[in-house]
Ligand binder design. Structure first.
Ligand SMILES: [Zn+2]
Length: 211
């Protein structure tokens, strides 16, 4: 059995979406200061590193992250490698990727994954995202979970229609995956976001197990 950890490590210096809160992990009780144990305080945005989006992220009054179905967040998933020199993921790109009918969980590996190879780096606005027509394609093909390898499912500056289409249709959106070392193919996905009541997103640990 081969296991791939496709989660980005949470550490200082990881890229943060512009305007989102920084990642902070601060030890507030210290053994060396005679505390009974080491205890840290964690502060971060709900959309930091590997995470899921809830419908309420873009749709007023919609469901929070705790309501996302675990039977969609886990199960058979396929990694598709997309060749996108400089471009975004369009309906045409997805059509050309030969995604089989009946695919429930699709993880899209792009040039973005290479950005995670070096660990922490400055936020990159030129990442590949899913264009509006690509989101419509995903909904039309009844894909229930879509995973992408940078911090937003939609391109920078044009992400709203992509989010609205996917989240409005109940598609589970997983963002910030590191697929750098994962060959395309079929796996079992386990993506478990924190159970944050009413939240618009939640950090997640995601792994793939090779069948
Ligand atoms: Zn998000």
């Amino acid at each position: 059995m081969k296991l791939y950890d496709i989660s980005v490590t949470l550490e200082p210096g990881i890229p943060i979406w512009p305007g989102n809160p920084p990642f902070e992990l601060e030890r507030v009780n210290r053994l060396e200061d005679e505390a009974s144990s080491n205890v840290s305080r964690l502060a971060m945005g709900a959309h930091t590193a590997t995470h899921v989006d809830a419908p309420i992220h873009f749709i007023p009054g919609a469901a929070g992250v705790e309501s996302l179905p675990l039977d969609i967040l886990t199960g058979p998933a396929t990694v598709f490698a997309l060749d996108l020199p400089g471009g975004n993921i369009t309906a045409e790109t997805l059509e050309a990727a030969h995604i089989p009918t009946g695919t429930v969980r699709a993880l899209l590996k792009t040039r973005n994954s290479d950005l995670w190879r070096g660990g922490p780096h400055d936020f990159r606005a030129d990442f590949a995202g899913i264009a509006a027509d690509g989101a419509a394609w995903i909904v039309a093909h009844q894909i229930k979970l879509i995973g992408v390898d940078y911090l937003s499912v939609g391109p920078k500056g044009a992400g709203r229609p992509t989010h609205e289409t996917l989240l409005g249709a109940g598609v589970v959106v997983v963002e910030g995956l590191n697929l750098a070392d994962v060959p395309p193919g079929d796996y079992e996905l386990y993506c478990l976001p924190l159970k944050l009541k009413g939240s618009d997103g939640a950090p997640a640990r995601a792994i793939l197990i090779q069948k």
